[in-house]
Design a protein around this ligand. Structure first.
Ligand code: ATP
Ligand code: MG
Length: 151
């Protein structure tokens, strides 16, 4: 189905924002009225998982940036945090089923380790890819690229 992904992102951000000041999710640089043809339910899941992670792995009230922009024929969606960051050797592994960084003894958060596996699986079905890189001065950037999204 075709839907307005700019609006969808705004709705997800609004909903997550209501969880008070657990984190301060900020809409930033969302290009308006971008339409994509995709499984809306699955893409909602992707957006939610990435923003929830950014909040979950950041200090309380830390700012999270959400961006959406066209770049040539591609559409870029990114979620950027200033949280704990992800060591280079873990960056590939976090997309694996049930994988979580660290050990039961050192982890401060709970989770199943399924979120990013689902994200990756959904994106593979949508001619889209995801990569993770370091943010400055700390934290992570998850960047999703929808290729030739309008065609
Ligand atoms: P859930 O299934 O509830 O999402 P989860 O958050 O542990 O559980 P994933 O979303 O798949 O699982 O993430 C896998 C692991 O990657 C996390 O446990 C965490 O160690 C790391 N991770 C994911 N996002 C971030 C982030 N924004 N900053 C730092 N670490 C992250
Ligand atoms: Mg998660």
């Amino acid at each position: 189905e075709v839907f307005n992904v700019s609006e969808l992102i705004a709705q997800v951000v609004d909903r997550l924002q209501k969880n008070a000041c657990k984190s301060q999710v900020i809409k930033f640089d969302i290009q308006p009225d971008i339409e994509i043809k995709a499984d809306k339910f699955a893409i909602t899941n992707v957006i939610t998982n990435l923003i929830e992670n950014a909040v979950k792995y950041s200090p309380p009230c830390a700012t999270v940036f959400v961006k959406l922009k066209e770049e040539g024929a591609n559409l870029l969606f990114s979620v950027e945090d200033h949280g704990e960051g992800i060591p280079d050797e873990e960056k590939k592994l976090i997309f694996n089923k049930f994988y979580r960084v660290g050990s039961e003894a050192t982890r401060k958060t709970k989770g199943t380790g399924l979120g990013l596996y689902i994200v990756k699986t959904v994106l593979q079905k949508h001619r889209a890819s995801i990569r993770v890189k370091d943010n400055k001065p700390s934290g992570s950037i998850f960047e999703v690229t929808f290729e030739n999204y309008a065609s």
